[in-house]
Design a binder for this molecule. Structure first.
Ligand code: ADP
Length: 320
């Protein structure tokens, strides 16, 4: 059997939530086209309300789409819903673990629900991989928040799906646990599992994902390899430390400078139009002595803002 080029493919996917007594009809997805390459760590990035969870819920079979087609591992979710669902594991945003099960039992029950025969279950292997080996027989209610979250990841993997979806996986997870989770995810990816990650933490997507789709208001505004996306914004910044402390922004011919809190001078320029040399010449001409300098590439946040800018009501990313 040949493997699909795309782990997930959505075509013209539309979701309209019907009006209720208190809310108007809401088109949460306005014709999403997405191809998620097999083997990638794919980031689905966008502000709150962009439609990320709606998309994930449709994949997971929890929400019905209004129109369009979706295939998971080449299995159409309308024609082969069970097979399609068997190809993904979804780690939901909310922690929902039965407090009266041990992690071991919890995974066994989950495997049973997916019809995994006892001989093929990998319960201890999964618990160990997620650093829960010594908690196998503890009650879930005795686990810390981070442990519960890792248990959710293990649960999503009990039926050994080729695609793992993590919905905002690190919300409320501390740095140490985040690292552990990423190590596990990257390891899974090396073993061939396609990873889809939703986040509004731009740095997270930038660090982890090889491909990033940006969604805003139910539409895909960009979908490219991470590096290309960053290159799209051709602004770089020169940061200059002057010999004498600057108290006000010098007037620069052809550029606009900004004073940073540490007293350095940041000057942005378009790489397609000019270069560091020209910036430095303008700074010197303004009588600023240069003691030190550094250049900065755009962050994903800059790219995101430039792509969604122009929509003044778009929510600015926060929490990064
Ligand atoms: P995200 O996950 O990117 O924050 P969501 O998919 O949760 O975005 O939401 C997309 C839009 O759909 C939002 O405007 C949200 O209010 C709306 N929405 C989400 N779920 C429902 C629902 N069950 N009923 C009505 N509207 C919803």
């Amino acid at each position: 059997m040949s493997l699909p080029d795309f782990a997930i493919e959505a075509r013209n996917l539309v979701k309209t939530y019907p009006a209720t007594k208190t809310t108007a009809e809401m088109q949460a997805l306005k014709g999403i086209d997405l191809q998620i390459p097999r083997g990638s760590i794919f980031g689905l990035l966008g502000p709150n309300g962009a439609g990320k969870s709606t998309f994930i819920n449709i994949l997971a079979g929890l929400t019905k789409k209004t129109s369009g087609t979706v295939t998971i591992w080449d299995r159409d979710i309308d024609q082969r819903p069970r097979d399609a669902r068997a190809a993904i594991g979804v780690v939901p945003q909310e922690i929902s673990a039965d407090p009266f099960f041990t992690p071991y039992e919890s995974l066994e029950v989950q495997a049973g629900m997916y019809g995994v025969p006892p001989k093929e279950r990998r319960t201890m292997e999964l618990l160990t991989a997620l650093g829960l080996g010594d908690k196998a027989k503890a009650y879930v209610r005795q686990l810390s928040g981070g442990m519960k979250r890792r248990l959710m990841v293990a649960k999503a993997m009990t039926h050994n799906p080729p695609v793992l979806i993590l919905d905002e996986p690190t919300a409320g997870v501390d740095v140490e646990l985040r690292r552990q989770l990423w190590n596990f995810v990257v390891d899974l990816n090396r073993k061939g599992v396609t990873i889809v990650l939703t986040t509004h933490y731009l740095e997270e997507a930038q660090e982890l994902c090889d491909t990033i789709a940006i969604v805003n208001r139910g539409q895909v505004v960009a979908c490219e390899p991470t590096g290309d996306l960053l290159k799209r914004l051709d602004t770089r910044t020169v940061v200059i430390t002057s010999n004498a402390p600057l108290t006000e922004v010098p007037i620069l011919k052809g550029f606009e400078g900004k004073l940073r809190k540490d007293g350095s001078l940041a000057v942005a320029f378009k790489t397609g139009e000019t270069g560091v040399e020209q910036v430095l010449a303008a700074v010197r001409a303004a009588g600023v002595g240069i003691k030190d300098l550094a250049t900065e590439d755009p962050s994903l946040e800059d790219v995101f803002l430039s792509l969604t800018y122009g929509d003044p009501t778009a929510e600015r990313p926060t929490g990064t």
